[in-house]
Design a protein around this ligand. Sequence first.
Ligand code: APR
Length: 230
Amino acid sequence: MPRPQLVVLSGAGISAESGIPTFRDADGLWEGHDIMEVASPQGWNANPELVLEFYNQRRKAALEASPNTGHKILASLEQYFEVTVITQNVDNLHESAGSTRVIHLHGELFKSRSTIDSSLVYPIDGWELKLGDLCKKGSQLRPHIVWFGEEVPMMEQATIICNSADILVVVGTSLIVYPAAGLLNFVNSQIPKYVINPNMPQIDPMPNLHLIHKGAGEGLTELKEILVKN
Ligand code: APR
């Protein structure tokens, strides 16, 4: 008997309890920075050093963070379900907690890639990526991040996975940024859908929707009891 497919869509909120700021909460990342200056191709072309520094600071913070209860509970659910975590986060806390199938829709903080050949992707050891760090073809390395206005290459794979989900868990996302936020519409409308957020985003009514108005750690603890008991 194949185990049920549990699909998770996570956002910055699941890393908040690890001390990593979200984007749109009070004193979030987008309060202190202009998105277009630090997270867009235009910003990169105008001032690559500013962009490199923005991601260096985020990488430094992520290096000092540890997975929290929420990350660990999602990893523990692999004992009971086929779990795929589709995350908008670029930190590696899901993997550090033990999740084995993680899809990063918006890229990965600890990887860089060539600016002339996007298939050339390199791990970043430590926290710094600098001007003058070049790919093997001699071009400047950029953060391996999906910037605003860029394609989301993993989206097709994510929609296919959502199509076969038996359970959907949405945790720690404001569901503002598309196409990621649209994944809710790619699951079978009849499956149970759990949304965990202390500040619940607006969600259109849909069947079998369960809203848990709590933080990731508390909410996932509650959800695990529901899922594992059934
Ligand atoms: N537990 C769970 N959720 C939380 C917690 C917590 N402890 N603290 C905050 N949240 C929720 C907030 O209520 C909010 O709904 O996390 C969400 C964070 O929303 P955003 O800051 O918009 O982050 P996210 O949804 O991941 O943004 C999506 O936007 O800027 C781009 O590429 C960036 O991947 C990011 C995308």
